[in-house]
Design a binder for this molecule. Sequence first.
Ligand code: NAP
Length: 449
Amino acid sequence: MTKFIAIIGSGPAGFYAAETLLNSGEQLQVDMYERLPVPFGLVRHGVAPDHQKLKSVTAVFETIAAHPNFRFVGNVTVGKDVTFKELGAAYDAVIIATGAISDRKLGIPGEDLPGSVSATEFVSWYNGHPEFRNQTFDLSHPCAVVIGNGNVALDVSRILAKTPAELASSDICDHALTTLATSQVTDIIVVGRRGPLQASFSLRELREFGTLSDVEPVFDPAELDATDASAEELKAASRMLGILKEFAHPDAPRQAARRVHFRFLLSPLRIVGKDSAECVVFSRCRLEGLAFNRRAVPTENQNAIDAGLVLRSVGYRGHPLSGVPFDDVAGVIPSQQGRVTGPEGRPVPRLYAAGWIRRGPSGVIGTNRECATETAEVVLADLRAGSLFLSPELRLQLLSRLDASKAGAVDLAGWHRIDQMERKAGEACSKPREKITSVAEMLSVATAP
Ligand code: NAP
């Protein structure tokens, strides 16, 4: 007898969980709920537009979606259009794969001044997320500070640094390309609170700065000397250091229009400005703790950097869902092997989590495959143990209510109409796609005869 599984969220974790379920040989139907009319979550709205190779994973997701027992239920917000209680009643199991859509806060004065924005907002803006497309960013000041040393910090810095010509062939949204073309930013200062050896960004992402057409990457080796690193740490990070040293002593110094400065050992203390951000004050840090476990300890020394735009890039954070247990400190849904656990640590029957909402916002797209596969295997184990139940009529009632509702759910065919329209619009300007960025327009394309 067919079992019915609902997956909430259509990013990598949701699709990888669906893949394991649908390839299990069990008789299953997987319905994937997504609040936007379009799928792919962070791959569409988070991965940098100029990193098309990373986005090509959507071809794998399309193959999973093509399975006859897969259904896309787009433009349906769980918690608003349908409650958890309803889903729980209609499905044998519910997997939450909603990712980490909020951002971590710095918790410093001035953080909320205009001009101080989270990198996640900036990313969502240039990637055309409908909720952020109308946001504005002041790019009139020559200096932008990016706080954080992860790959997102490098993504936003690279997008700020590239020329319009370099960005034109990406799938960056037209509104962002137009704004960036008028940017007056000449210096982008990427600031880590720890040293270069402790940075979270990847080699490839760092190396890319040396290949940009009109950018000079800048690094001061004194900030490495100040870290008092062990030989083991230096060895482990030798390739990264090699790149930074090239930035410090380039074979052929450039006269570039823009510079990206890699600064370290600076912890943000406050953001200062009258009506908007004008300057970030940092504490100079020293590192304490054992090798590979160093922490930044602020000293009395302060360092102020002027900037008209401050992008806070200190990590994503999961968002609580009404009626579902949530660990507010870690920003995740508590779980054991993917089984959601309640306040006493006991599994909540038939409720599961996968991806960033389960384990926090770390790792690359492929890391979610491992995590989601484990969750799906646990669902399958529970299903085989007979601990899941069945109520197909309630599922059908729920889906027909959603279909008939005012907003209208978008199915796979609807998404494919949007996809085709975007690709066609992209062809006209030699881009992979020109995204539709308004929900109303998405819906009119999805439901076009
Ligand atoms: P991340 O890798 O966790 O980096 C967060 C950064 O913020 C760290 O450098 C951290 O420093 C810093 N930070 C945290 N709290 C801070 C504070 N209070 N003050 C100053 N600095 C602070 O996060 P992310 O860049 O958002 O990336 C999320 C995940 O997506 C990562 O796994 C990343 O690799 C992945 N991603 C991958 C790609 C790619 O493959 N191209 C692109 C984008 C994102 P400490 O280390 O000192 O805590």
